[in-house]
Design a protein around this ligand. Structure first.
Ligand code: CDP
Ligand code: CDP
Length: 232
């Protein structure tokens, strides 16, 4: 059977990565979290003094891009691939609200996008991939057989992300998470290079009132229909 490409774009905390992992597991496909790659570059920038609350040395970061090696390694216990920076597992480190506070600024830099898009295209070149992010259907895989665009209200999304961070043991407030979600929505949709947009041929799904199960069932059905029509 043909290995299709599934591109899932949308706003923060719409459940993209949760459903992408489930669908990839169900179909035996590879899941790639493109957001983790932008988070990895941001984490590198923070660790190496290129970005903090007061300054952002864009040129310094860009000059170091070729020394930043991002990779993924499947963790059997977790059931998905974790992100590594220069050989070190940074899966947990990149999920903090602090990284979320800088990541959209880093993701505005064209040189960063170019490097990561190339890597994403390489990872998905043989199909059989589910990739989620902001520009997967519009830039990375414009020919993806199935494109989805996920939305939900900002409050619903912030509540989801807040619960997740509290469960991890992070010291955050709902208000700070909501502010971050809204700021990232704004920067991601208004940046010049590859802004977050629904691809013309993407199917929009508002999951504000959908459970994880309902969302999975709906998207699996779409994936199966797409698979059937692409073997004909
Ligand atoms: O999981 P969440 O939706 O909070 O974010 P993410 O998918 O980890 O992405 C973090 C940030 O990376 C986004 O807010 C974007 O600024 C950037 N990003 C991007 O520009 N393009 C992508 N394909 C993926 C993420
Ligand atoms: O990848 P993205 O940022 O779009 O979202 P996610 O990390 O998959 O989901 C963020 C949180 O929302 C997770 O804790 C999901 O379990 C939860 N969620 C939910 O409760 N109901 C949904 N329909 C979608 C996501």
């Amino acid at each position: 059977m043909k290995n299709i490409t599934i591109a899932i774009d949308g706003f923060s905390s719409t459940g993209k990565s949760t459903v992408a992992k489930q669908i990839a597991k169900h179909l035996g496909y590879v899941y790639v979290d493109s957001g983790a790659m932008y988070r990895a570059v941001t984490y590198y920038a923070m660790q190496n003094g290129f970005i903090d609350d007061k300054h952002f040395n864009v040129e310094g970061l860009v000059a170091k891009l070729n020394t930043i090696n991002i990779s993924f390694k499947f963790n059997n216990a977790m059931g998905f691939a974790e992100v590594y920076l220069n050989g070190v597992n940074i899966e947990n480190d990149v999920r903090t609200l602090e990284v979320s506070g800088f990541v959209s600024k880093v993701a505005e830099i064209s040189e960063v996008r170019q490097k990561l898009v190339e890597k994403q295209q390489q990872l998905g070149k043989d199909g059989g991939v589910v990739m989620d992010g902001r520009d997967i259907g519009t830039v990375v895989f414009t020919d993806a057989e199935l494109k989805l665009f996920m939305t939900a209200s900002a409050e619903t999304r912030a509540q989801r992300r807040y619960s997740e961070l509290i469960e991890r043991g992070d010291d955050v407030t709902y208000e700070a998470v909501l502010k971050n979600v809204q700021e990232r929505d704004y920067i991601d949709t208004n940046r010049e290079d590859s802004p977050l947009r629904k691809a013309k041929d993407a199917i929009q799904i508002d999951n504000s009132n959908m459970s994880l199960q309902e969302q999975f069932d709906k998207i699996l059905k779409l994936a199966k229909t797409t698979l059937e029509s692409s073997v004909k």
